[in-house]
Design a protein. Structure first.
Lengths: 395, 395
């Protein structure tokens, strides 16, 4: 990592920590205060129709307080660990997107680490376990699994529980700081109370559902997987760390220092299995992900995918610089200002490219598997996504 | 309507017409051009993996062209009819929201007027028809039905086909101009080709689904319902036109001129049935809708509801002026800058208020009815919404 990258990294880290620090202020301003104003604007006649509304808003306020305590505990543990300045007021300011991520993180935590979302997790986990147990009946600690976009680490922990040597890769500091605290914070089972659904005022059968408390984590993680040395976490961009040194253009998610080129060379053909779970639609260019999965897998290795095709950059108006890189001179050429959106392949397109232009053969596929994706399954929520499942083998 | 209102109205109408006029320019800039740039930024190596991509983008371009022809035909017919200036360049400029509505309108057209979405429409229509046929076995032309938020008029036409005297109320000029053209434009069955799904690049099993052509309307509407005098369309805000003259605060959707107060008084107890279909979550204050439904229904009349609780203003940061109005002096008091979001009641909350503070008794209710809401049901789309159905009777 060069000086420029390191500086960017500190900035990103500070913005993330700062967004946790300001969660309460943001959530109250965004979700609670306008509703107090709206309630106060009602006529006495209408106020009497919903006399419970004021105390309901107090419950919303309390729930935000409780969520805020979680983030303050996280920061208390994280400041030293991540080398942050001890005065939060000196950290770089978070963006609106950073703040909205602190909200969605709470849903993600419930999704991965509460019993509430067990059914949703099991949809993929059962398909995955069935396949892996058949292919690898024994000596699983010699089998190397890579999970890019590992999020808060739940799926990686499940793979370790099955005995596999598992590498979890994640690029988002919001995810990394949360997973570090949840997985290594020595938390007891269900120690922490959260109200992950409090920020959503639509789609409820009754308001109790919005105010549903969830306790996390649903296991003592250290007891389950600590000390066996099977789990590792790697921070960074998936193509940057695991991709080939050719065929991918330099961009914000793929750099070309001598150091990173060595990391990538070392990762070549190093994994028996790559599992992409709600991940492949997070790319700007899915062909870069295909290059990367192909590069990091051993011959005969498996790529197992589950998730929808909700391309994250589909509606993003930002651009990034992309360029060709000359490995000998280090020179950049064909420097372009490139939209982040634009290469959104369908289920069939991806399988066609993977089996004709990349060395994969199709073993299994399944479409239209409904997933609630962390919504509050007991309310009248949005229905979630239809997911695809496939297993490809590198030939 | 006073001079100020009239001026606002012309402005809104011009912005709407202008958004149709600029659809092609907007859609190409938003959906097509960034993808051409992204495609061109790929290396030759990656371009060869998806050699069909360039011609696929040409298909996207052609589909946008075809949609644009629909809007140009609509304008050709509408300019005189709506009293618009004959030079589109002199119309008020559309906002970003106006432009995005031209996109979602095309989905709405498919939803209401194509065979493609028949199954979705039938979910509510079958429940509704069963109830109405039982309650009103004969003399239906004396039974007055009101449909607020009537959209493009399909449900109103279905009620007329059953023989009911039907009033369709709608406030959006995007809806009104489209429904006017579709319903009164003398269109032959399936005369118009549209590509309503072309703007969505996510959630596809294959790209043919994105490029699916839909033909509208699925009937000759004039032949079906023309000339029997059972259908009327009324433009304006639902509480403004049909609400009581007390208990609702003055706001952008509820005014207090002498004229409108007379209109409301005349509408009191005038309807046998009010049908709200994907409507009750469009309000800023649902209690105003409850006041209005109660006011416009006859004693023993029915309120039939179908739809989700996806409150349209939940994430809207705008405010509006609300105030109390003195009917004798015309003076305003308690003038407040009021958030549009803030009163989002759940299924159970609404039924409780309706049956305790309003004179309703509950006849039927059903929850968790899945609806695809105009998504392209043949692709791996988002799953849509869970809907509630209920019938309340005014006592």
């Amino acid at each position: 990592m060069d000086g420029q990258d390191e500086e960017n990294d500190v900035l990103l880290l500070e913005r993330t920590a700062s967004s946790f620090f300001r969660y309460k202020e943001f959530a109250l301003e965004e979700f609670w205060r306008p509703r107090i104003l709206r309630w106060e604007s009602l006529s006495e006649h209408q106020k009497q129709m919903i006399p419970w509304y004021n105390s309901y808003l107090e419950d919303v306020h309390d729930a935000i307080e409780t969520n805020s305590i979680f983030y303050m505990n996280l920061l208390e543990r994280s400041v030293k660990l991540w080398g942050l300045n001890s005065d939060p007021n000196l950290w770089a300011q978070p963006s609106g997107t950073d703040m909205r991520k602190t909200i969605s993180m709470l849903n993600q935590i419930a999704r991965e680490w509460s019993t509430h979302c067990e059914e949703e997790r099991d949809q993929f986990l059962l398909l995955l376990t069935e396949f892996l147990e058949e292919k690898f009946p024994s000596d699983r600690n010699t089998i190397k699994i890579l999970i890019p976009g590992a999020g808060l680490g739940r799926l990686a922990v499940e793979m370790v529980r099955l005995g596999f040597n598992t590498e979890a890769n994640e690029v988002s500091y919001h995810m990394l700081m949360n997973s570090q605290f949840i997985m290594d914070g020595g938390l007891q089972k269900e120690q922490i109370a959260l109200f992950p659904f409090v920020h959503s005022f639509s789609h409820h059968i009754n308001r109790a559902e919005q105010l549903r408390q969830v306790n996390i984590p649903d296991m003592n993680i250290v007891e389950e997987v600590g000390g066996n040395g099977l789990l590792s976490m790697v921070a960074g961009s998936f193509p940057d760390l695991y991709g080939p040194n050719v065929n991918i253009k330099q961009s914000e998610s793929y750099s070309n220092s001598a150091y990173i080129r060595e990391v990538r060379a070392a990762n070549r053909g190093s994994k028996h299995v790559v599992i992409t779970n709600f991940f492949i639609d997070t790319c700007s260019n899915i062909l870069d992900y295909l290059e990367t999965i192909t590069h990091v897998l051993k011959v005969d290795g498996y790529w197992i995918n589950f998730g929808p095709f909700m391309y994250h950059f589909e509606q993003d108006h930002q651009t990034e610089m992309t360029a060709d890189f000359d490995a000998y001179t280090g020179e950049l050429s064909n420097i372009l200002d490139t939209p982040l959106r634009g290469i959104e392949l369908s289920h069939e397109d991806i399988l066609e490219v993977a089996t004709t232009h990349f060395p994969f053969k199709l073993l299994k596929q399944q479409t239209n598997i409904s997933s609630s994706y962390g919504t509050n399954k007991l309310d009248i929520s949005m229905l979630g996504y239809q997911c695809s499942f496939w297993v490809l083998q590198k030939t």
